[in-house]
Write a protein that binds this ligand. Structure first.
Ligand code: BTN
Length: 249
């Protein structure tokens, strides 16, 4: 699908969070938008964490209304992770990989290059809006020092990455996937299962109820991670943090 990218673009020097601005735009009648800021003063991550957002990163939120039932919203997560992974690999030749549910890491160190936060509003059993927030580290020098061991940036692979072009390519890939969410949901899940490196790995799941160790053996049609626990029980996870155990070399 060809989107008219420029007509969707809302660009800011600084915002508290592109997520908040995207939701504000929805509240005044905007139905599709690409909201980006050079920096965020209160960037937000998953599980109500903060997302450090100094100058030098790519911070964007996509606002749209997918034509899907609320029960299929996990597909939006999957589409966004695939869009970032594929764009980093195909356009910038960065060895990006997917960690369930939607972290984009880089091989072989498995440091995180991108985080994704999907939020939505539901009204009488239909999705009224989705806001998909994507934060991509572009400059190593702007990664906070306490995260440097676990995070990496595009400029470790590509000199002077063109952030505008990266944003356009991710947006085009993403919007072309969300157009097909309903009719191509099983193909999307199949593609995600092929590309998500969490499958087959020993994992540590951090849940509200404590830490669970096991092996990731599947991703079900709801996008949940199926784990065979070390005690032999099978358990599905929808929202836990997953950590890969290091591969012994
Ligand atoms: C994560 O916890 O991994 C998700 C991080 C998502 C960060 C992005 S940056 C653009 C958008 N605006 C925000 O405040 N958060 C998301």
């Amino acid at each position: 699908m060809n989107i008219n990218f420029e007509s969707l673009l809302y660009e800011y020097e600084s915002l508290s969070s592109t997520q908040i601005e995207a939701k504000r735009l929805f509240s005044i009648g905007v139905r599709r938008a690409v909201v980006t800021a050079k920096r965020q003063t209160s960037g937000r991550g998953r599980h109500s964490r903060c997302w450090e957002s100094p100058d030098g990163g790519l911070y964007v939120s996509f606002l749209f209304t997918p034509q899907i039932r609320p029960s299929l919203l996990h597909l939006v997560n999957i589409a966004s992770a695939l869009a970032v992974r594929d764009t980093l690999r195909s356009w910038l030749k960065i060895p990006a990989i997917l960690k369930w549910p939607n972290d984009v890491l880089v091989e072989p160190s498995e440091r995180k290059i991108c985080g994704i936060l999907c939020e939505s509003g539901i009204d009488s059993d239909r999705v009224s809006y989705c806001v998909v927030g994507i934060g991509i580290n572009c400059n190593k020098s702007s990664i906070p020092s306490d995260l440097i061991a676990r995070a990496c940036a595009i400029d470790e692979f590509v000199i002077e990455p063109n952030r505008d072009e990266l944003l356009r390519l991710v947006a085009e890939d993403f919007f072309s996937r969300v157009e097909l969410l309903d009719e191509a949901s099983s193909e999307l899940l199949t593609e995600y299962r092929e590309k998500c490196v969490t499958l087959g790995r020993n994992v540590r799941m951090d849940t509200n109820g404590g830490i669970i160790l096991g092996t990731a053996i599947g991703i079900d049609e709801n996008g949940e991670l199926i784990v065979k626990r070390n005690n032999g029980k099978i358990q599905s996870f929808s929202a836990a943090d997953a950590f890969h155990a290091k591969i012994e070399k």
